[in-house]
Ligand binder design. Structure first.
Ligand code: DAK
Length: 260
């Protein structure tokens, strides 16, 4: 498929999605959002895939936010359309059944930071800078940043970042729990690949259930969340993977999960 603003590449069961507008620091214009949506559909329907890494093209940026040049003159109708695509994309990213890893290789601002927040795991390069600068443009985060950042780092940290609109460097991002690890820029992708390769070896149905239960459960009360876990746990006993995983342990061999 010929994309203009992104690249979707495969390394066997691992997909790598790169936002590819380096001249605009990979800012999201409507075209890029549409192409990410298409790519996520392709990934969703490819049963072979077991993990996705999301990153930005070049050495400077992950995604420097929504494209300000495109937004500045938007009519309310266009803004509504843009918001519609954006919300669909971010929801799709968050609810993809395979694990997603954000390799934040530079600026992750506004919509870029919100994209990383939709991924399951976030790793950053030493030169990364993350932030939600929307208030400096007279708006607020519009792709879920107020909610996802708050859930991740807590209200007070989120307010500090959102009210000031200031960026944090990678070390600070790690300190506040916004990113998991900080790597030298030339080791970031290698690290993300090695985490992904670990995940490829695990039971895909189990990871999908764990993700679903964690995500739904995090927004609910403990009792309902534990009930969800009980359902997810017991459902997996109807899978070949559960038999395979446990038999492999007893037979002292590596499991061969098939995702069924
Ligand atoms: N949009 C468009 N172009 C951008 C851009 C952006 N967000 N960020 C950078 N660029 C472009 C620059 O204009 C410049 O282009 P040329 O002048 O070379 O043509 C090129 O990328 C290189 O950038 P700089 O020359 O500025 O590079 P520096 O290293 O000096 O600075 C920077 C890097 C990242 C600090 C700076 O570029 C910057 O502050 N960028 C803007 C960051 C930002 O404010 N991002 C937008 C956040 S707001 C919505 C929901 C959500 C959203 C919108 C709508 N709805 C529900 C409707 C999301 C909003 C946002 O993301």
């Amino acid at each position: 498929m010929g994309y203009e603003t992104i690249r979707l590449e495969y390394e066997e069961q691992l997909a790598i999605l790169t936002i590819d507008r380096p001249k605009a620091l990979n800012a999201f214009n409507a075209k890029a959002l549409q192409e990410v949506e298409l790519a996520l559909r392709v990934v969703h329907h490819n049963a072979q895939l077991r993990a996705l890494i999301v990153t930005g093209s070049g050495e400077k940026a992950f995604v420097a936010g929504a494209d300000i040049a495109e937004m500045v003159e938007m009519t309310p109708t266009q803004a509504r359309e843009f918001a519609g695509i954006g919300h669909r994309v971010f929801h799709m990213m968050e609810t993809l059944s395979i694990p997603t890893i954000a390799a934040v290789n530079g600026f992750a601002l506004g919509g870029g930071c919100e994209l990383a927040l939709c991924c399951d795991l976030i790793y950053a390069s030493e030169n990364a800078k993350l932030g939600l600068p929307e208030v400096t443009l007279g708006v607020i985060p519009g792709f879920g940043g107020t909610q996802r950042l708050t859930r991740l780092v807590g209200r007070v940290r989120a307010k500090e970042l959102i009210f000031t609109g200031e960026m944090v460097d990678a070390a600070k991002a790690k300190e506040i729990g916004l990113v998991l690890e900080v790597l030298p820029a030339d080791r970031l992708m290698e690290h993300c690949r090695s985490v992904a390769h670990k995940l490829l070896k695990r039971g895909p149905l189990a990871i999908a259930q764990a993700k679903r239960v964690i995500e739904f459960g995090a927004d609910g009360d403990l009792r309902s969340a534990n009930e969800l876990e009980r359902q997810g746990f017991s459902m997996l006993f109807g899978s070949e993977d559960q038999r395979e995983g446990m038999r492999a342990f007893l037979e002292k061999r590596q499991p061969m999960f098939k995702g069924r």
